[in-house]
Ligand binder design. Sequence first.
Ligand code: HEM
Length: 530
Amino acid sequence: MRPQSIAIFFILTTLCILAAILAPSTWPWPLLFLLSALLPLFLNTWLVAPGGFAWLNVRFGNYAMPPGVIGWPLLGSLPLMGPLAHRKLAGLSKSCGADRLLALSIGTTPVVISSHPDTAREILCGSAFSDRPTKVSARLLMFERAIGFAPSGEYWRHLRRLAATHMFSPRRIAAMEGLRSCVADKMMVEVRKEMEVKGMVRLRGVLQRGSLESILGSVFGSELSRGDKEELVEMVSEGYELIWRFNWEDHFPLLGGLLDFHGVSRRCRVLAMRVKALVGKIIEEKRSSGIGESKQDNFLTVLLSLPQEETLTDSDAIAVLWEMIFRGTDVVAILLEWIMARLVLHPDIQAKAQQELNLHVGARPVRDIDIPKLQYLQAIVKEVLRMHPPGPLLSWARLAIHDVHIGKFFVPAGTTAMVNMWAIAHNESIWKDPWAFRPERFCEEEVSVMGSDLRLAPFGSGRRVCPGRALGLATVHLWLAKFLQGFNWVSNHPVHLSECLRLSMEMKKPLICQAIIRQHHESDGISHSL
Ligand code: HEM
């Protein structure tokens, strides 16, 4: 027992006995005495487990336990998990000297957090953490039958193979260039109209509509009716709201739905029914319009034309299609909003990227094949992924499926593991001058963001690495290049870089800026689409 625990035990016992003695005589004395004896005992037991309440029953034997924080009784470190969780957890890991691994409790869930590339690699790439802890909302919204939350067995491998071949392969990404380009042109028309009417642009709405349109086109093709599109928009935003919302049931399962104050489970059930009805209807329509003759130009057609042995049931196909729309929409829009905010704040960097475009592309509309030549533009995207990663805690955590060692520490089966990519990307012993926005660092040193270099892995790493990363990056690069070709981006409003972590890390205050048409491009025809 640690000395501070013994001291706290005696102080609390004395205080409780004093309270019992001084309490009004009408109070039930035996009960008060019992409580006064139990309370410090309880608190003391809670105090001696370094990771807090959820680690109490873990038997470490001769193995080392990761350093940890105790947190609050029962709640553990739950109060930290708000909109700045990544920053608070980074501060905590640093102050405990626990960059490699920090143990804490979130309710009854034991959690470890890595803020170091070495332990991050062990978590993300080791086979022990190949599952994800399933939130109640994710299960109710059918994500357990989709890639993100399916346990890492044969079914999950089958889904990843399907997605890798028919949704995210280089050939499919190239085939979708026309769609992405056309969506970008529409967004630029919207920007120009907003400028004409209001003299400024709120980019967030434009980007969200564009991302959704682009992913809907890849998943369902171009035949979706306006009504269906609008309903999907509404369902995706309700889904974000539900999956992000804190649900007590996730961390206090024994209390069942008693603590579901926000009605998350009920709303998830209603939403899942709506998704099944709508996506089911779209599947039926596609079937009856004859898949055989149509080109395999979207993921739905591909799923419906699979050979018998690979085919998915309708309810599994619905879960997979729904997940693609859900995951593919917000991150791209959020990342681009951060990028544009940075470019508005750093006009010199914006001008340099435009010069690069002038040099390698000139006046014709930029295309996917130009992107490899646009090294500085790619460096800007990397620098934003480093400073403002959309998933600072890599969005959806991993679950230890058996007992495992990370470094010298023992981590029991059932522990949730998170990687604080934000902390790694802001660590001054890893990155020179980590608080400075300096894309040049990526021109001086080649760093891959695709998951092989754990100093910067915004898409995760290992077997569960983001399968949509190539599509996400292709979209962001092309749209950014088009935005910079078409406009100069400035602002007469202050640009706030404060963050808000919901499902992804958004700008707390939406970017408001001005888009000024680039004159020389207007004359040589580049603004044909505006
Ligand atoms: C800028 C864009 C994106 C970012 C920053 C991002 C980030 C992430 C991260 C951090 C993970 C967790 C990886 C891990 O646990 O190691 C993930 C998983 C995933 N992402 Fe992405 N993502 C992006 C775009 C997309 C797109 C466009 C799609 C699909 C259309 C997508 C679909 C998925 C799926 C299905 C998973 C779950 C993979 C699995 O569990 O096997 N992502 N993403």
